[in-house]
Design a protein around this ligand. Structure first.
Ligand SMILES: [Zn+2]
Length: 63
């Protein structure tokens, strides 16, 4: 199984982040990850389509 990547836009700085998705995880994932650009925490919501091998991600600011 290949790697699945998702892209989200940081709500703090507006930059896009590309993140690897845990393909062994659940279809719906939520976790906190720091932005790679501004290092502020974002709550990420990931929706994985395992059949298509793609994932959709969106982020909300954590505080
Ligand atoms: Zn950012």
């Amino acid at each position: 199984m290949g790697e699945i990547w998702a892209t989200y836009t940081c709500p703090h700085c507006g930059e896009s982040n590309e993140i690897p998705v845990d393909s062994g995880g659940a279809e719906d994932q939520t976790y906190v990850e720091d932005c790679q650009v501004c290092c502020k925490p974002n709550v990420l919501h990931i929706k994985v389509d395992f059949e298509a091998g793609v994932a959709t991600a969106w982020a909300a600011a954590d505080g």
